[in-house]
Design a protein. Sequence first.
Length: 117
Amino acid sequence: QVQLVESGGGLVQAGDSLRLSCVTSERTPETTLIYWFRQAPGKEREFVSATNWVGGSTFADFVEGRFTISRDNAKNTVYLQMNSLKPEDTAVYSCATGGTWMRPTYWGQGTQVTVSS
């Protein structure tokens, strides 16, 4: 069973940046997707991005070029760099993997991102 641990959340002001990290307990095959989802209070969980260990990535439309993905394969770590943060980006951000497209099996505990106006 793959375990994932997120970190890097915090309280920032609108326009600031944060870098979230997702460490996996084991190295999965290169094409295995690592997802980022988020859930704001009172809202459903929504897709943020997906990537694999060889460099492919995709983002939700609301990202609008503000977020980027990078990875350190040696550390089994995926990074979500979030720039130009908006108050509406406030949510718990979770990484996940396994399962099928958009239905991952393994989830981290999440990290809180709060953006003040």
